[in-house]
Design a protein around this ligand. Structure first.
Ligand SMILES: [Zn+2]
Length: 350
């Protein structure tokens, strides 16, 4: 993997070249699949299919970023159902009895793993039909030595920070793993899944380059993230930002008055221009921390909730990352215009 901890001008131009190669790849794939045109309708298909309703492979997923990645590889040749609803705290989500019924029709549950979805995985193990399996992604992309532990995911509790997908090279690995698994389970459609992987990786290359270009416009002293929910541990070092703290304790409760006071001191000392909350975790302490620390407060970052309604073209993993970067750039004195060249829409061959 390319080392991006210290992006140089040379590596940046290489990455722009890669992004252009991506566009060329997309054209070549579309050409090769003559008679099947790449999806042109401006909508995202989503992940609320009824499993078992036809002969297609039945895939259950957990959080929305993974569902969106799986949709872009499986396209319209799988039935896809996400178990964790949008806007719900995925870290504490408890599946309902109705989810057991959904899982009883799944050929596979594709999950993040790294302890993010323990109750859902347990329910799947008890309810998946014979021969079906749980396939986790995160533990196949990084080794235990690379697990991030931090304020909200302390090492002594043994649960690593699970948010690998905010790092686009890791999201690309997720896409490759999904393509391998779908092709193994449904070899008749392996060429289709491989074509979709190529298209999606090309788009993710564009996204990766646009994220780096956007972070590079943020004044260096402002490339700091203080967030409520701790989703950026794998994102920040890749793109040259620093996570200086997270507010949410490891049990997902509210921070103590002492912790709040310490955070306010830290914001003043480090002259942090903005702090970030998330849509899924509204918290009254954020506003207090921001106003007493002299920072602006933005409450709408999202680690696993795509923007827009299901069916909207931006209701995708890529749409979510574009929105996050737009918020960060605007809040930290950067320029989000590089993001406009990346489409949020699904890429799969229709
Ligand atoms: Zn999260």
């Amino acid at each position: 993997m390319i080392d991006r901890t210290n992006p140089s001008a040379a590596s940046l131009s290489r990455r722009r070249a890669l992004a252009m190669t991506g566009a060329a790849v997309a054209g070549a794939v579309a050409h090769r699949l003559e008679g099947i045109s790449a999806q042109e309708t401006a909508r995202a298909v989503g992940w609320s299919d009824e499993l078992g309703s036809n002969d297609l492979l039945n895939v259950a997923t957990t959080v929305a970023p993974i569902s969106s990645i799986v949709r872009n590889i499986g396209g319209n040749r799988i039935n896809l159902r996400g178990i964790v609803p949008d806007g719900v705290n995925s870290h504490t989500f408890e599946p309902a009895p109705s989810d057991a019924v959904i899982l009883s029709n799944a050929d596979v549950l594709i999950a993040n793993g790294l302890d993010l979805e323990v109750p859902t995985i347990e329910l799947a193990e008890a309810n998946l039909p014979a021969g079906a399996e749980v396939f986790t992604l995160g533990d196949k992309v990084i080794t235990p030595e690379e697990y991030a532990y931090d304020f909200s995911f302390p090492e002594e509790e043994g649960h690593p920070n699970p948010h690998l997908w905010t790092n686009i090279p890791y999201a690309m690995e997720y896409a490759r793993l999904v393509e391998q698994k779908l092709s193994e389970l449904d070899p008749d459609n392996a060429d289709y899944f491989a074509a979709n992987l190529e298209l999606y990786l090309a788009r993710l290359e564009e996204l990766d380059a646009a994220i780096q270009a956007t972070v590079d416009t943020i004044p260096e002293e402002n490339r700091k993230l203080l967030t409520y929910h701790d989703s950026w541990a794998y994102f920040a070092p890749t793109y040259g930002m620093t996570v200086i703290g997270a507010i949410q304790p490891s049990d997902f409760s509210e921070p103590s008055p002492r912790e709040v006071a310490d955070l306010i001191d830290q914001i003043r000392e480090e002259e942090v221009p903005a702090i970030f909350g998330s849509e899924v975790f509204p918290s009254p302490v954020l506003e207090q921390i921001a106003s007493e620390g002299g920072a602006e407060y933005y409450d709408d970052l999202r680690d696993d909730e795509p923007p827009g309604e299901p069916g909207a073209p931006e209701h995708t993993f890529i749409g979510m990352m574009l929105r996050n970067l737009e918020i960060m750039a605007n809040a930290l004195g950067g320029d989000p215009s590089a993001l406009a060249s990346v489409s949020a829409e699904d890429t799969f061959v229709s």
